[in-house]
Design a binder for this molecule. Structure first.
Ligand code: PLP
Length: 422
């Protein structure tokens, strides 16, 4: 029954019932975790054979004869560059293959912006108080990097098909607004893929800052869960029409394809940006881990191999997304106390409580042994102004743990909603 239509007495009775159920859960001393977007062991096992791809000295050579056990080839071996080029739909010449973490590459790029400057402009750190647009809700680690560099964050609310581009177009008239983070496919946490219109509008931006940079974090580029996956317009193709390729630097990794923390990352960018980044990379490292690049290229082979591999991931995690969505539909929809996204890929489901209840849901869950992503973390400075967004990460727990966790989550959401109404 819709809670908003209940009388005070009905709500009081409901609260007593929910509390009784909640105490029963507490007595079970549960230890459940839906906090981080980590693959479960079954997913990690899907790539176990990759570790057998490069064993003998003969197997350590790249296709152009480079011994991957040794120094050299700063921007990546050709077969790995090609793999990322196919995924990101760019030329291999516009790819740099990095180490195990794309986040590390993003951090480093912002570091370059701050202290070296980009595109021939003064370093941001010398230009005064620079600002970044943050599409919210968003990824906590993006906000953490931005905050770490002392960049002021301006929140712009996400819409059903991507960021509020009109608001963004207004904001970028300020030359101190230097860029933004975007997760254009299956965004973290909303699971939204930007529509073609949004991508084109972003490509058409006319920022006042010549050194404006969008960190196009395509972490979930190939992480589809259904047979009718979302299709994202290629940002560099969209930019061609407006001559804005230099404003976008794209990042991705195999963290959620093979092994998080032991995968391979990549940058895709315009000729100018690639040249600038490569020049600076020379001072940072002699070369990244080419043996790992080789393992990935040999194991995943090409875009078709990669797609086939991702289907195996989908077979493991699509049922988990279904558990979350079915439980919400069954428990929350009739009460009309929350809204949630129905992501067709990626790693998250974003849940919105009625205004002002998310922290309370988090507290109740914690007390009963269920860890959620810290409530508020999906907003800059950890502050959700409406206290309503909660990120649900369904991949790590087993199906039975997840079912239990979701039942408890819904119970806590109901209890918090009743408390707010009384
Ligand atoms: C949007 C997004 N970008 C980047 C990362 C981390 O990527 P990596 O493991 O390549 O550093 C994550 C991990 O959850 C993510 O959700």
């Amino acid at each position: 029954m819709n809670y908003a239509n209940m009388s005070e007495n009905e709500l009081k009775n409901l609260k007593a019932e929910l509390l009784k159920e909640y105490e029963e859960y507490k007595a079970l001393s549960l230890k459940l975790d839906m906090s981080r977007g980590k693959p479960g062991a079954e997913q990690l096992n899907l790539s176990a054979d990759m570790l057998k791809c490069v064993l003998t000295p003969e197997e350590c050579c790249s296709e152009n004869g480079v011994d991957c056990r040794n120094y050299g080839v700063l921007d990546g071996i050709p077969e790995c560059k090609r793999l990322f080029a196919d995924v990101l739909e760019v030329s291999p010449a516009n790819i740099i293959v990095g180490g195990a973490s794309s986040l590390n590459l993003m951090y480093d790029y912002l570091n370059q912006c701050m202290f070296l400057g980009v595109g021939g402009c003064e370093p941001w750190s010398k230009q005064g108080k620079v600002k970044f647009i943050c599409n919210v809700p968003g990824y906590d680690r993006h906000f953490a990097i931005t905050e770490f560099f002392g960049v002021e964050m301006i929140s712009v609310e996400m819409q059903k098909d991507g960021p509020d581009v009109e608001k963004i177009a207004e904001l970028v008239r300020d030359p101190m607004v230097k860029g933004m983070f975007c997760v254009p496919k299956y965004s973290n946490p909303d699971g939204v893929t930007y529509s073609d219109e949004k991508v084109r509008a972003l490509a058409a931006l006319k920022p006042a800052a010549k050194d404006f940079r969008v960190i196009w974090d395509n972490a979930y580029v190939i992480h589809d869960l259904t047979d009718d996956p979302d299709k994202l317009l290629n940002i560099f193709e969209a930019c061609r029409e407006y001559g804005t390729e230099d404003y976008f630097v794209e990042f991705t990794s195999t963290s959620k394809i093979t092994f998080p923390g032991a995968g391979v990352s990549a940058i895709a960018a315009s000729d100018k940006n690639i040249a600038e980044i490569k020049k600076r990379l020379n001072f940072q490292t002699i070369s990244y881990d080419k043996l790992n690049q080789l393992r990935h290229a040999k194991y995943l082979k090409n875009i078709d191999g990669l797609r086939a591999h991702m289907k195996k991931h989908a077979a493991v995690i699509a049922p988990k997304f279904k558990i979350v969505l079915d439980t919400l539909e069954r428990e929350i929809a009739p009460a009309s106390i929350g809204e949630w996204g129905k992501a067709k890929g990626g790693y998250f489901i974003s849940y919105n409580t009625t205004v002002g209840s998310a922290k309370r849901v988090g507290e109740l869950c914690k007390e009963a042994g269920l860890v959620l992503t810290t409530v508020g973390a999906t907003y800059p400075y950890g502050k959700d102004p409406d206290d309503k967004n909660i990120r649900i990460a369904p991949t790590y727990p087993s199906d039975s743990e997840l079912s239990k966790a979701m039942e408890l989550f819904c119970l806590c959401a109901k209890l918090a909603a009743v408390e707010a109404l009384l």
